[in-house]
Design a protein around this ligand. Structure first.
Ligand code: HEC
Length: 127
């Protein structure tokens, strides 16, 4: 009888420890390299937007990509720099909020699209 109560207590302790440990890992943000903007961190150019354009847009919309390699992206519609993006932000917001761009994979996740729109709506903080 006593032995089994002790066993029960040990099992209960084990469950508590397991729960505490799993809570710890459950808090990890489900992110990839460029989504440092999840949770309560304010998205900025430096911590989010620059990586977003690099990952999803620059293979067509870069001043260093010319001719056929642009896949039809209009000449001059480039997102290499912060000021390039600010200048095009209304059109970018329109495309990203409707998942109109990019036209082909790799595609941003819905969360990444929403974070980019939130960044634009917050006035595009740089840092
Ligand atoms: C595979 C090449 C490719 C990628 C990657 C790409 N685009 Fe485009 N983009 C195009 C083409 C082609 C056009 C012109 C045709 C059109 O507007 O649909 C265009 C046009 C645009 C325009 C101009 C639309 C207008 O209002 O005149 C914007 C803004 C734009 N893209 C934003 C983006 C953004 C933001 C990304 C990344 C999330 C992106 N594009 C990724 C090919 C691409």
């Amino acid at each position: 009888m006593r032995k089994s109560s002790l066993l029960l207590i040990l099992v209960a302790l084990g469950v508590v420890v397991a729960l505490v440990l799993s809570c710890g890992t459950g808090d990890e943000p489900k992110t990839n390299a460029n989504s440092g903007a999840s949770g309560s961190i304010t998205p900025t150019w430096n911590n989010f937007a620059q990586g977003f354009f690099q990952n999803y847009c620059l293979r067509c919309h870069s001043s260093s990509v010319t001719g056929a390699a642009r896949n039809g992206a209009p000449d001059g519609v480039n997102f290499d720099t912060y000021s390039d993006v600010v200048a095009e932000s209304a059109n970018i917001r329109n495309e990203v909020s409707t998942a109109g761009m990019p036209p082909t994979p790799p595609m941003p996740t819905t969360t990444e699209d929403q974070t980019l729109v939130a960044w634009i709506d917050a006035g595009m903080p740089e840092k």
